[in-house]
Design a protein. Sequence first.
Length: 124
Amino acid sequence: MHLPNALRLSLVATALALFGAAVPASAQQPAAKQAGAKSKNEMRMPKTATARCADSTWSKAASQQGACSSHGGVAKWFGKAPSNMTARCTDGEYWTNEEKRGACSAHGGVAYWKSTKKKAAAKS
């Protein structure tokens, strides 16, 4: 039996309306709050992070072996920051260009800039 597309869409819309009405609004809200809280915490990348784990957490492991072992494994390995790093992107990648314009534009923006403060020379 072949149903016209308009009839199929009507049946799907009706089914969705019935299912949505069957679930109380109070049951839907906690999941949305939890998801929002988790995504907010996921984005807090430590300055010393060397890897992003499969469960969206960060690792500070010195080597890739064993990093994120309790978090589903390594999703993206960044390793140690290069000496010419000027910024760290929000997805963990390093920015090495001296030009700040457009920095990390394809990586979610700049998480933080490398400190340009020079250490004061010790007085003798």
